[in-house]
Design a protein around this ligand. Structure first.
Ligand code: AMP
Length: 383
């Protein structure tokens, strides 16, 4: 027997839940005028080196990279933002006017140590708003994320926000952070010893070295006037919309391309893998990838973790079953039953016998299907 690859999953029993989840999330973003973008599952490795950052864990350790038969270095996408920005530049979408609003949904690949909520092939639903530098676009993106969670019935999430500054103020902060961590360098975990030189911000979100992060300098004390004004305005907008959040200086995100606003949605009862989604602003990314300087902000939810959270809250919709099973008395009637079922299928969930069952067998099969066939339940109004 050939088994599936470690860290991947077959979605069989849950496929109706997945469909319902995708449709529910999609409905929110479609109503806000976002359009779907479908990019390839693999890209040139350089795309992720240049965007996610070659000093990050993703690029250093987690990418599925291989050489194709033409000798090109190819990588299965570990995240969705860089491919969307590559497509934005390559298809000259800039010329279509700003803002441009996209969402994507699909599998991502990271060679991580599999555990509950952490897969090597997992799925993300992501949203990108390209073109605006203004905090109102940050507010819109966070509002949409919150509405998406509410639309599927999730309530017990925590929104954490932070600002990582920009190219003006971040270097000073990085120096302050290095100075703070220097005396503890020998006590840090092996990963953090490497991160100290390569990506010192990541020391803040290391779970093993969390005790040092508590007293570390906070980026919010180092923001330049522009970054501070941006962050303050965003907070005011969130307050105006009565969106609850906590400012958490340890939210730095694992990717290099973020500037200013970063945020994460946590679902505390999920344990170690409690981030159900996250995102932020990436004003320099499009330029870094060869486009003209264009600010943007976005986020992605992890589908597997949303399903874990839905299970925790008991919010997986109930099954309702089949509407009509068209029974045939004998062999000749089978085709008539199929025709009747076809006509009814415009309005109802229908089925017919294809196994040659007798009358009694059809009744008991119909009843079994009624119990097991899953139908989307109403999830209630978002507002
Ligand atoms: P990231 O941009 O890395 O924070 O990913 C966004 C979201 O995708 C996270 O908040 C998780 O919900 C989900 N995610 C990231 N990596 C994995 C993984 N290996 N397995 C399952 N979900 C993941």
């Amino acid at each position: 027997m050939i088994s599936r690859i470690k860290g991947t999953n077959d979605i069989i029993e849950d496929s109706k839940v997945w469909e319902w989840l995708e449709e529910s999330l999609k409905k929110v973003v479609l109503n806000f005028g976002f359009v779907e973008i479908r990019t390839p599952i693999f890209e040139a490795t350089e795309l992720f080196d240049r965007s996610v950052g070659n000093e990050t864990d993703i690029v250093q350790k987690e990418m599925y990279t291989f050489e194709d038969k033409g000798g090109r270095s190819i990588t299965l996408r570990p995240e969705g933002t860089a491919p969307v920005m590559r497509a934005f530049i390559e298809n000259n979408l800039f010329s279509k006017g700003l803002p441009q609003k996209f969402f994507y949904y699909g599998p991502m690949f990271r060679y991580e140590r599999p555990q509950a909520g952490r897969m090597r092939q997992f799925h993300q639903f992501g949203v990108e708003l390209i073109g605006s530098p203004l905090p109102i676009s940050d507010a819109m993106i966070i509002l949409i994320a919150v509405e998406m969670l509410k639309s599927i019935g999730l309530n017990k999430f925590k929104l954490k926000i932070n600002s990582t500054g920009d190219e003006k103020c971040r270097p000073t902060y990085v120096e302050a952070l290095k100075a703070y961590y220097k005396p503890f360098l020998n006590d840090l975990c092996d990963d953090c010893k490497v991160r100290y030189d390569r990506n010192v911000l990541r020391l803040l979100d290391c779970k093993r070295d969390a005790k040092y992060a508590e007293n570390a300098p906070k980026i919010t004390d180092y923001l330049c006037d522009d970054c501070k004004a941006h962050f303050d305005r965003l907070r005011k907008y969130l307050d105006d919309m009565e969106i609850e959040y906590e400012v958490d200086p340890s939210i730095v995100r694992g990717l290099d391309y973020y500037t200013r606003t970063v945020f994460e949605f946590k679902y505390p009862s999920l344990g170690a893998q409690d981030a159900i989604g996250g995102g932020g602003r990436y004003d320099g990314l499009i330029e870094e990838l060869g486009g003209s300087k264009t600010p943007a902000i976005g986020f992605a939810f992890g589908i597997e973790r949303l399903i874990l959270a839905l299970n925790e809250e008991g919010k997986i919709p109930k099954t309702e079953g089949l509407d009509i099973y068209v029974i045939s008395v004998d062999e000749e009637q089978k085709i008539e039953a199929l025709k009747v079922a076809n006509a009814l299928s415009n309005y109802f969930k229908v089925d017919v016998d294809v196994m040659g069952r007798n009358l009694k067998g059809q009744f008991s099969h119909a009843s079994k299907e009624n119990d097991s066939v899953w139908q989307m339940a109403k999830t209630g109004n978002r507002h």
